[in-house]
Write a protein that binds this ligand. Structure first.
Ligand code: NAD
Length: 445
């Protein structure tokens, strides 16, 4: 009671685009005021609560449910939660909860002593045993839902499941060895060179894990992409854990289950969507990144800030990683297999890919390409480009204009992502002349 389940739940539902049910509100809608129901018969109230919980927990469309504080008293509800839900305990200091509910009409919050006793003796043990995770904010819940843990120093304490194979960027492993003894260690080349059919095939041959084993990916987005695809395919799929070591990995690449390797015809052409069981993001590991590598991640932070309409780039590293990761988590929760709204995460990327393809994937950092792409997306959205200029300072690139336009043609068919007055829009079609003008402005003579 008073933890904020309804407020947090409603916002989690809004951000993840899932339907929301507030159990107490729904009971009141159907049966009248809870205080009165409770007064006439607590068992009758509990029965309605249990029936309604069973109904919403068996819905086929994933939703967000705010349970009443006493709903977990029912053994049946606890079982359904274990079977059908990811359950987060919104933990709030008991004195704070009391301050929020005192003087209200809640039947079990009439005096502080019994309120505290109810929590400590009766409910806390049930919350503890029923919940999958503990959270105290919207951001916490979204991160918990995809098991993304952002905390400094956690790599030093990382414990691996019994049977695990580490797939690590050899450069990162040399710079920052992990204090772990996994059964198997597989080194992959640094950066994009890891994302080849040959490396993937070598991993398939070398892995010795059984089907209950876990692959642990340690490196930037290139490593998590190839290790995640190895996890998706080896023995028809095993669990994997992402331990991203770049800013780009922690705010973007390790989140959302997309894994891939490259073919000579283009990047990320073979892949799978296979969510990691958890993402372990330790900001301390970023200390050895070069400024150029950091900027690769910063471009995605700015993109996310534009989508979220929050200046995420102004936050300190820990808060920036958490906020950016939680935004992506929300979008992925709403569209886990990339069939709709998740396309908004491509803001600026259609232009970026065209410039990279025209440059032959050489001499143009991805972050700079994304920054340029954001300029085009903002101009076409009728928005100011100041933030991108100030924070990322993109430089126009010297590539062949016709080649870039031809490359854009392939991507553009899927539509553009633009920022509208009521939020991001995807699948936007504009006249070729406008799109070409926006592309041309990004290219140096
Ligand atoms: N799956 C997705 O959703 C997704 C999203 C975005 C990008 N990606 C992919 O991510 C890749 C880019 O990943 P990236 O930019 O994270 O880097 P990366 O894995 O390509 O690594 C870049 C360089 O940074 C080094 N490095 C990594 N961690 C370091 C550390 N802590 N200290 C010092 N050096 C370190 C690497 O050794 C390498 O030389 C691309 O292949 C892209 O396609 C995937």
């Amino acid at each position: 009671m008073g933890a904020g389940k309804s407020t947090i739940g409603e916002e989690v539902a809004r951000q993840s685009g899932r339907p929301f049910v507030d159990l107490d509100r729904e009971i009141e809608r159907r049966h009248g005021a809870i205080a009165a129901l409770f007064e006439s018969s607590e068992p009758t109230f509990r029965r309605s609560e249990e029936q309604l919980a069973a109904q919403v927990l068996s819905a086929t469309r994933p939703g967000v449910i705010a349970l009443g504080g006493g709903a977990v008293l029912s053994e049946r509800t606890r079982r359904l939660l274990r079977e059908h839900a990811f359950t987060v305990w919104i933990d709030v200091e008991i004195g704070e909860a009391w301050n929020r509910v005192r003087g209200g009409d809640r039947p079990l919050a009439r005096d502080e002593t019994s309120f505290r006793r109810l929590f400590e003796e009766e409910r806390r043990p049930l919350y503890d045993s029923t919940s999958d995770d503990v959270a105290s904010s919207v951001e916490d819940v979204l991160l918990a839902a995809l098991q993304i843990r952002v905390a400094r120093g956690q790599l030093a304490e990382l414990r691996l499941p019994e049977s695990s194979a580490l797939i690590a960027d050899e450069h990162v492993l040399g710079l920052q060895p992990l204090p772990l003894q996994p059964q198997e260690v597989h080194r992959v080349p640094r950066g994009e060179a890891a994302k080849t059919p040959a490396v993937l095939e070598r991993l398939w041959r070398e892995l010795e894990l059984g089907r209950d084993g876990t692959i642990v990916a340690y490196g930037g987005g290139s490593t998590t992409d190839v290790a995640g695809l190895a996890a998706a395919t080896y023995l028809r799929g095993v669990r994997w854990l992402a331990v991203p070591t770049t800013l780009l990995g922690q705010v973007d690449a390790a989140i959302g289950g997309k894994t891939a390797i490259d073919l000579s015809a283009g990047k990320n052409l073979v892949g799978a969507i296979h969510y990691p069981a958890a993402v372990v993001s330790d900001p301390d590991v970023l200390a050895t990144l070069t400024e150029a590598q950091r900027r690769e991640g910063l471009a995605e932070v700015v993109k996310t800030g534009l989508l979220a309409e929050r200046p995420l780039w102004e936050l300190d590293d820990d808060a920036m990683i958490r906020a950016t990761a939680s935004f992506k988590a929300a979008v992925c929760l709403g569209d886990p297999f990339d069939r709709g709204r998740r396309a908004i995460l491509n803001l600026g990327h259609t232009f970026a890919h065209a410039l990279e393809a025209a440059a032959g994937y050489e001499g143009l950092m991805h972050g700079n390409a994304v920054a340029l792409g954001l300029l085009a997306a903002l101009r076409l959205s009728g928005r100011s480009t100041d933030v991108v200029e100030d924070v990322l300072g993109p430089r126009p690139v010297a590539v062949d204009r016709d080649r870039a336009w031809a490359a854009l043609g392939r991507d553009k068919k899927a539509g553009l992502v633009l920022l509208g007055d009521d939020g991001p829009r995807w699948d936007v079609r504009l006249p070729d002349s406008e799109v070409r003008r926006a592309l041309d402005e990004l290219i140096a003579d």
